[in-house]
Design a protein around this ligand. Sequence first.
Ligand code: PMP
Length: 355
Amino acid sequence: MRKFNFSAGPAALPEEVLLHLQYDLLDWQAQGVSILEMPHRAPAAINLLEETVQLFRGLLKIPDHFQILFMHGGARMQFAAIPMNLLGQNSNAVYLNTGYWSEAAAAEAKRYGDISVPPLKKGGGEVFRAGGIFNAAYVHYCDNETIDGIEFSSPPVVDNIPLVSDMSSNILSRPIDWGRFGLIYAGMQKNIGPAGLAVVVVREDLLDQAQAMTPSVLHYKTQVKAHSAYNTLPLFNIYAASLVFKWLQKQGGVEAIALINQRKAQKVYAVIDKHELYHNDVDLSCRSRMNITFSLPNKNLEEKFIKEARERGFINLEGHPSAGGIRLSVYNAISEPMVDRLVAFMEEFAKNTLS
Ligand code: PMP
């Protein structure tokens, strides 16, 4: 029996997408073969890839001067690919550190360039201005810290330096103001589809500054020329993504899901703030809408919470091992009624524990 999966990733997918994938697993689009068996250069495969790119472009209203790439290796591969591709002429970049993933991105980038990490108030996305940063090829930040439950409510202001953003855990959860960005990227296993790929959206004028040693598979310009298929692209992942994109269109698109996401998060934070039993210490201005972290007064209570939640079908609520506590990942595929049921459980658990 399927359960309510609040995992941070790989994350829940819409059930109708899973049923669709199951239905066409043996014979995809009357091609006589499974999508898992399709040659990636067959006309039907090329059409699928083009359609998927266009669906994504449409959902996020991505302007024509940005290229969209699907690349192997998830988001961590981009931690290396980004400095390799952008630090060929100017080897300096600035990385904002707001938590686990931005720190990991900076650590990897240090292998390929001169990386500075300015002091920052924890979770202080709102107050950051990149004043004084003149000699940087780009400024990198993580739009949503999946482990820490910290999200920028709007991108940091970096004046004329290209802004690069890791949007792995909040891509497609709200509109993006493209005028602010040089490049965004996201591992696809949260709001898009199966794990293994990353989507990269890169402004065309940034495609000519790669380091000479950049491997061809990671070289953005090579991948642009090859329409993301310089080497064999996992078509199953692309197909799954295309179905998620169509599902999202049916929900009313990114603007509509953004309102739902806002409401879902408000409902969970309201119950956290109402009961002393639950504690979230993220600054109010930076609370994540996607990954809601909180703790209970002790480990025993947290284990009891997780056990009782599991008995009701709510699974994968454990915080990341490095952070502990509880984490509810409420990505696009987690419906508002599902959140309502979880919130009702939290109310009930608080009442029973305190009485
Ligand atoms: N960045 C963020 C914000 C993430 O949440 C994750 C994975 N949870 C990663 C990077 C790493 O992604 P991947 O496993 O696809 O390399």
